[in-house]
Design a protein around this ligand. Structure first.
Ligand SMILES: [Zn+2]
Length: 376
């Protein structure tokens, strides 16, 4: 048996170098997180040099250095045979994965497309047309539906619920939030389309479709802004950023559509805590007005103000202004209920907004109230 085969044999059958058993983790030489499993030499019981191992952050880092692949095992073997070696361990290379966005799975277009119908049984839409105090005209509702691609859950236990898709600037559907409402369009239940589909397959003992398996591996489900797909279409409008998609829809209905360049383009983050740099990258270069919901002691306002300052610094050429309009206007009772701009708007006659009160009313608060300072 020649030397090469002997080495190969030794490596394949004896597994002298193996990953350490158990749950002990070290700092990864690539990403720095304590998620690194080291190799041990079963012959001596010692660790291999600390660059040998595997990071278990598979989607975010995936660093790996295998002693059999980089020549270490062979070098040690040669050494033990009394041969001279000139092998040097290689310096760990940074993996590309750290620099790239994690690979993401999306909701397939056919799945999303099935939601885009059934508006006659969609409670949110029907409330806006018939049940609220100041119902909207059909053409306005059709307009928000087509702008934001609102849809309906058409069967199953969430039948009649409204769907709010989160579509990114490239047109990928990253998440579809599902909401049920009472007759005044207050949220009663929140769900996600992928969860509903998952339950359907589980209950019927059917294997999950491939896209769902991949989708469930995503680090975060709601990873873009609601309405992000509209940014390229309306490149000049100021942006109004709110927490919930429903609020963005109301904003568009009351303050006017973005076809007019001076009107706000209304986008939503998803919830209070999910405002972050990654989501805001799409807003680079824009003028952004944030409207956090009300909260006890103004916590929501504080949180968004702090985050907005940080995000603005990182993005550059982007201006974030946080509105405390509601904080100023609202009675304490409303703050404790966490009311948002939608709760106020829906009590008002939209006709009044359309005759010129609209954006100036809100923008004037930024200019004239010393308490509200734009952050640039
Ligand atoms: Zn790592």
């Amino acid at each position: 048996m020649n030397t090469v085969n002997a080495i190969a044999n030794n490596m394949n059958t004896n597994h002298r170098y193996i990953f350490e058993k158990g749950s002990k983790k070290y700092r990864c030489p690539n990403c720095g997180k304590k998620r690194f499993v080291r190799y041990i030499d079963t012959k001596s019981g010692d660790y291999l040099p600390k660059q040998f191992g595997r990071c278990d952050r598979e989607s975010k880092c995936a660093y790996i250095l295998n002693p059999y692949k980089d020549g270490y095992a062979k070098a040690i073997w040669e050494q033990e045979q009394g041969n001279k070696i000139d092998w040097q361990p290689q310096r760990p290379k940074r993996t590309k994965k750290l620099l790239k966005e994690p690979k993401r799975a999306y909701i397939p277009f056919e799945v999303f497309n099935r939601t885009r119908d059934g508006y006659g049984q969609n409670n949110f839409i029907q409330n806006l047309l018939k049940r609220i105090t100041f119902p909207f005209e059909v053409q306005d509702i059709e307009k928000v539906i087509s702008l934001y691609h609102l849809g309906t859950v058409q069967n199953g236990y969430r039948k009649g619920a409204n769907t709010f898709p989160f579509i990114d600037a490239q047109g990928n559907v990253r998440a579809v939030q599902v909401k049920e409402f009472d007759e005044q369009n207050h949220t009663t239940r929140t769900d996600f389309l992928h969860s509903i589909i998952e339950k359907y397959y589980s209950r019927n003992n059917k294997p999950f479709p491939e896209w769902l398996v991949a989708y469930n591996k995503n680090d975060s489900k709601v990873s873009c802004l609601f309405g992000e797909h509209l940014l390229n279409k309306y490149p000049y409008n100021p942006i109004a950023l709110v927490e919930a998609p429903k609020t963005a829809i109301y904003g568009a209905l009351y303050f006017g559509f973005p076809d007019k360049q001076t009107n706000f383009l209304w986008l939503a983050v998803y919830n209070l805590s999910s405002l972050n740099l990654n989501k805001c990258k799409a807003l680079k270069g824009r003028n952004v007005y944030l409207f956090p919901d009300l909260s006890k002691d103004g916590k929501a306002f504080e949180l968004w103000s702090t985050k907005a300052t940080k995000i603005q610094k990182r993005l550059g050429s982007t201006y974030f202004h946080v509105s405390d309009l509601l904080e100023q206007l609202a009675p304490q009772q409303d703050k404790e209920q966490g009311k948002d701009i939608a709760d106020y708007l829906i009590e008002m006659d939209w006709n009044l907004f359309r005759i010129g009160l609209n954006n100036n009313l809100i923008l004037s608060k930024f200019k004239h109230n010393p308490k509200v300072t734009p952050m640039d």
